[in-house]
Design a protein around this ligand. Structure first.
Ligand code: UD1
Ligand code: CA
Length: 463
């Protein structure tokens, strides 16, 4: 782009219709705050400056944006007097500069780079001073309507529209391109609406035309991309569009999604070729799944690395964990944060693991809790084994060396170390370290009382 392009993102509004304590543009969609998508579009263009207008809930928005987009600039709109007033707040950064300004609404997250780029090319080719994007919706309620009379455009906001105008289905998308110098001149002339008292950005269309400046309209046929999120209902609708887009991308790259209608994958998740995701799974951002993995029904995976060839059986919950190649997890397994499983590990039903590492080929197949443990390779953890890692005050570590065999229902009272190849007798409460190759057993001797059952029966009156 030869001319400079500055992008203003409007993000100061409260979003009253959301009925929320969280500022609207910070509501998550596809696992990311709405404003994240708009910021990505501004960066993709690229923009020479990105200016975010903040007001309601500005602390959390500025904190989020500044950590991810170091170059983003903030301008403050103390009172939310309307979209024109919001853009006017950016004058301190832009007024008097040559170049163009792109204005994006922070609550229009579905827009793609290509659409903005086409709009930009159209605007440049038309040599207009202002361009605005529009779309045609079946249900235009809540949007500004595009009205054209005697070759001139006007946008009438829902609140100001009469019944006839409300029937117009062409809506203002809330995305504009304008010559920087003329934009701020036009903004000075915006008067508050007689109906709502707000300063409408849409007035600049009328003003530019009265200044005899050319205004161009760019109509998109893909109305989904310009849906505004003003209500929880619109949020859910946009969420499902974004999810289907993500699933389509995954399928196009060689992932089988068994039932796209009931599968949810957040936007930044990566899944490798020939993996299969079954219904009702929820795979969240920060997750990278390798090739040839199978994720069976009802599993939830968040912020985790799943390596190639892993099978996750139904209803497993995995968070902030690493799972090595060809491991088998579940059904009903729970991997809590900081779990690191090496290749070929098997974790079975009703096993909970927290902040532990488990070496190659080790197995814990049934009903266990393993916390703060370092477990070596080829270890067998019997059914019902518990690491007693908490004494009521502090957490303590358990170490189990390679090839140890832990009998069922053992309680390993930490801190404790089970040596290489050691065996722990079933149902033992182990409180002292067990040396390599030894048997650790803690259990009362078994008694046998011959004929007891018969005697009891006759005593208690049985036949
Ligand atoms: C706006 C347009 C409408 C268009 C629709 C498209 C105006 C007057 N109306 O309506 O024509 O069809 O977008 O989605 O522009 N904001 C501020 N400060 C304010 C007010 C709003 O920063 O004082 C921000 C909001 O955070 C939001 C954006 O501007 O990101 C749009 O505001 P919103 O109140 O949602 O406008 P709409 O009623 O949707
Ligand atoms: Ca809106």
């Amino acid at each position: 782009m030869d001319t400079k392009l500055y992008t203003i993102i409007l993000a100061a509004g409260e979003g009253k219709r959301m009925k929320s304590d969280i500022p609207k543009v910070f509501h998550p969609i596809g696992g990311l705050p709405m404003i994240e998508y708009v910021l990505r579009r501004a960066i993709d263009l690229p923009s020479d400056k990105v200016i975010v207008v903040v007001g309601t809930g500005k602390e959390i928005i500025m904190d989020y944006v500044s950590k991810r987009y170091e170059d983003a600039l903030f301008v403050h709109q103390d009172k939310q007097l309307g979209t024109a007033d919001a853009v006017r707040c950016a004058a301190q950064e832009l007024a008097g500069l040559d170049g163009d300004v792109l204005i994006l609404n922070g609550d229009v997250p579905l827009i793609k780079h290509v659409l903005i780029k086409d709009f930009y090319d159209h605007y440049k080719a038309s040599r207009a001073s202002l361009g605005f994007m529009s779309a045609t919706l079946n249900n235009p309620e809540g949007y500004g309507r595009v009205v054209k009379k005697a070759g001139k455009y006007a946008i009438v906001e829902e609140n100001d529209a009469d019944e006839k105008t409300k029937k117009v289905r062409e809506i203002n998308a809330g995305i504009y391109l304008a010559s920087c110098k003329l934009l701020f001149k036009a903004l000075e002339r915006v008067k508050p609406s007689e109906v709502t008292g707000e300063y409408y950005l849409t007035d600049i269309i009328r003003i530019m035309q009265s200044l005899k400046k050319k205004v161009t309209n760019y109509h998109t046929d893909d109305a989904d991309q310009v849906l505004g999120v003003n209500t929880r209902k619109a949020l859910a609708h946009s969420e499902s569009i974004l999810n289907q887009r993500k699933l389509n991308r995954l399928m196009a790259s060689g992932v089988t999604i068994f039932d796209p209608d009931s599968t949810y994958v957040e936007q930044d998740v990566v899944i490798g070729k020939d993996s299969i995701v079954y219904p009702n799974c929820f795979i969240m951002n920060g997750t990278k799944i390798g090739k040839r993995c199978i994720v069976w029904n009802g599993s939830i995976i968040k912020d985790s690395r799943i390596n190639d060839g892993v099978e996750i059986k139904p209803y497993s919950v995995i968070e902030q964990s690493v799972v090595g190649k060809d491991a088998v997890i579940g059904p009903f397994a729970r991997l809590r944060p900081e779990t690191v499983l090496d290749d070929n590990v098997h974790i079975g039903n009703f096993v909970e693991i927290k902040k532990s590492s488990i070496g190659k080929g080790s197995k814990a197949n049934h009903l266990s809790y393993l916390g703060d443990a370092t477990i070596g390779s080829r270890v067998n953890v019997g059914a019902g084994t518990i690491t007693c890692n908490y004494d009521g005050f502090k957490k303590h570590p358990t170490i189990i060396d390679d090839e140890a065999f832990i009998g069922s229902d053992a309680a390993l009272v930490a801190p404790i170390r089970i040596g290489r190849g050691a065996i722990i007798g079933a149902a033992s409460a182990i409180t002292k370290d067990v040396p390599p190759g030894a048997l650790g057993i803690e259990r009362a001797d078994q008694r046998i009382i011959e004929g007891y059952a018969m005697k009891r029966k006759s005593k208690l009156g049985g036949r």
